[in-house]
Design a protein around this ligand. Sequence first.
Ligand code: BES
Ligand code: MN
Ligand code: ZN
Length: 494
Amino acid sequence: MNISFSKIAPPSQGVVVFGIPDTGKLGAAAAKLDKQTRGAISRAVKAAEFTGKREKTFAIFVPEGTKLTRVVLVGLGSLKSLDTTAVERIGAVIYDAVAKDPAVTVVLEDNGSATDNAVLAAYLAGGIGLKSYRFTKYHTKRDKDSEPKLKNVVVQCASPAEAKKAYVGVSAVVDGVFITRDLVTEPPNVIYPESFVARAKDLTKDGIKVEALGEAAMKKLGMGALLGVGQGSRRESQLLVMRYDGAKDKNAPPLAIVGKGVCFDSGGISLKQPAGMWDMKWDMGGAGIVVGLMRALARRKAKVNVVGLCGLVENMPDGNAQRPGDVVTSMSGQTIEVLNTDAEGRLVLADVLWYAQQRFKPTAIVDLATLTGAIIAALSDHYAGLFSNNDDLAAKLTLAGQAVSERLWRLPMGDEYDRDLKSPIADMKNIGGGRAGATTAAQFLQRFIKDVPWAHLDVAGVVWNEKPTALAAGGSTGYGVRLLNRFIADNYEK
Ligand code: BES
Ligand code: MN
Ligand code: ZN
């Protein structure tokens, strides 16, 4: 997609889109076109009862007296509440309305919105980009009639130079979301721990230091919990470490972001049902978010030190796989009775969280994991679950989620839940009693957190969505990249 910004001067040919506020008032450029067409636009608006309601679109075909093929009106809603997230979603709606056209011009006049017009123009372009994502590399036959054709977008606004500047940061985040979606969508025979690492190495060109520890190195560190999960797989487990030091003081302790990277979760010996097992290719969604976030931060030159860590394994049944009943020793020294090999994400995270604290002494840790089916039962795909030992951190994450419409809902933690993890033979078992499953999973993780602000985001319900969402066409959503990017921008770069 080629996106550029220019001064307001609607074209005389092709497809042009006008943003219309809920006052229903046409901006100067739209009004001029209306005049030129002897009122065709205002008459059509009236006939269609188009009121400028946010995200509503309305098309006028070949308006008389012009060479335009189509004029598309899109509702901006109230100018007061028109913020970056609202306009991003409007961009996505525009994409759907004009995807079959190879080129369009979008006119975003400055009609006195609360947010700066140039910033709005940049995010509108970002929304078009986000919604345009498709994953087609394995289709050998193209369906030319149904596929989108949009290649060139010109956004006209009051200060194009400023919009272009703002778009640098916006497009960095779009790039991040795209790499996340790629990683999540790739099939599990293509993305496995080592190939995931190979993809992440691409981030070195963004100025990120990428390293990976294999099984021998992890064995030396005593990561028995993570290694136990990967034991039944032909693929070697990996611990991926990505460092981006953008703060003034490059040696200042970083923020740590940790991702669950189960590249395929068959359940192991506690094998899952066949129906829907294919979904477990995206059980590395947390790790995918971490990679996308790192790319976004580096490309927009965020002023923060962040270390991203991904525990990458494949959970497979095999003669060498771990058994229900096995006891493993984690890097922390704590022992775990593995009663269900399908509760593997927490085992992986236990060692990665411990390693992150030991090595980096982070100021805070946020982990992302497609950890439990229970969180989907509780929240569906509308919110990700948030668990934390720190109210301030939880509040900041919640606010960032609200701001970008990737919402979080905090759920309780406490000793009464933690007790469920008692084992007669080891320090803990890896499953609770079957109730409040998302919380007992979080309690398990907390046993590997020392005295540091920590938040766990259970993203099992939001990483993948068969149906289109506001900013995605269906499939991998990229949820989490914009959320954490905003969380960092609002709290760590000031
Ligand atoms: N990866 C799954 C959780 C999951 C389920 C993610 C559905 C996305 C969609 C996780 O490893 C798992 O299997 N969890 C079990 C835990 C149980 C055995 C305690 C679950 O939620 O059923
Ligand atoms: Mn599992
Ligand atoms: Zn899993």
